[in-house]
Design a protein around this ligand. Structure first.
Ligand SMILES: NC(=O)c1ccc[n+]([C@@H]2O[C@H](COP(=O)([O-])OP(=O)(O)OC[C@H]3O[C@@H](n4cnc5c(N)ncnc54)[C@H](O)[C@@H]3O)[C@@H](O)[C@H]2O)c1
Length: 250
């Protein structure tokens, strides 16, 4: 049995597409023939990415999206559904990672992180559900923080633990429809999100990592593409760590 990892004419929705991991995933999926619906709060950046990938004549759409706004997410799904009345792959990669200790975390900041990182994923997947068919695949983007916590990022770690639990719950619920739901859990990856952390605590993080470096967004994208593809056809409800050995479960 030969199993393909290509995405020819599959409708792939990526949020946070202008970010480091979303962008690498979009490039890889485009190279494998996907029809892409790219969404990001940074409209200018996501438009430029779509242009780079050939634009509408290559089956690449770009749209502004605010993951904190359920109406914006509904509009994104309506756009994706307009391509071919179905959605084959969803990668919710939009996220924020502000630093704040427990006592300085306001209600507003707590809510903002949970709203974008967790509620946004729920809204996206709920609204996409009617368009998912047998063989469709969801790959959420969690984090090592969702497994072991993260000092001064309790809101972020809680949101990512929520994403992991949402992922497993939907794997149970959507499995009978032959829809797979998995997560990737990146460690420290070189993207705009981690620039500040790298500058302040980069050396310590590298020293704690068996492979002795940060990860590249392309190394996360490769795992996302694998999990989304038919090559992972019997994998659901799982998470794959991509962290250079930084977190090893005993
Ligand atoms: N970089 C890492 O080390 C790392 C580690 C673990 C998990 N992650 C997760 O990977 C995902 C992608 O992160 P990244 O490293 O590519 O970060 P990034 O900052 O490069 O990209 C995040 C993207 O999300 C977009 N975004 C932010 N708020 C949004 C909103 N309200 N609505 C829509 N889009 C919004 C940003 O414009 C940006 O393009 C995130 O969910 C992040 O939590 C990253």
């Amino acid at each position: 049995m030969e199993i393909e990892q290509d995405f020819a004419q599959r409708v792939v929705v990526i949020t946070g597409a202008a970010g480091g991991i979303g962008r690498a995933t979009a490039r890889l999926m485009a190279a494998r023939g996907a029809w892409l619906v790219l969404a990001d709060a940074d409209e200018y950046a996501v438009d430029r990415l779509a242009d780079e990938l050939g634009g509408i004549s290559s089956g690449v759409l770009a749209t502004h999206h605010d993951a904190a706004d359920a109406t914006s997410t509904a509009a994104l799904i309506a756009l994706a559904a307009s391509v071919d009345q179905r959605i084959d792959v969803i990668v919710p990669s939009a996220g924020i990672y502000p630093e704040s200790g427990l006592e300085e975390t306001t209600d507003e900041l707590w809510s903002r992180v949970l709203t974008i990182n967790l509620d946004g994923v729920f809204h996206l997947l709920r609204d996409a559900s009617p368009y998912l068919t047998a063989g469709s695949s969801i790959v959420t983007v969690a984090s090592v923080a969702g497994h072991r916590g993260s000092a001064r990022h309790a809101h972020y770690a809680a949101s990512k633990a929520g994403v992991l639990s949402l992922t497993r719950s939907l794997a149970w619920e959507l499995g009978p429809r032959r829809i797979r739901v998995n997560a990737v859990s990146p460690g420290l990856i070189e993207t705009p999100m981690t620039e500040q952390l790298m500058a302040t605590r980069g050396e310590a993080a590298i020293a704690a990592t068996p492979l002795g470096r940060f990860g590249k967004p392309e190394e996360v994208a490769a795992v996302i593409a694998f999990l989304a593809s038919d090559a992972a056809g019997f994998i659901t409800g799982e998470h794959v760590h991509v962290n250079g050995g930084w977190f090893m479960a005993g």
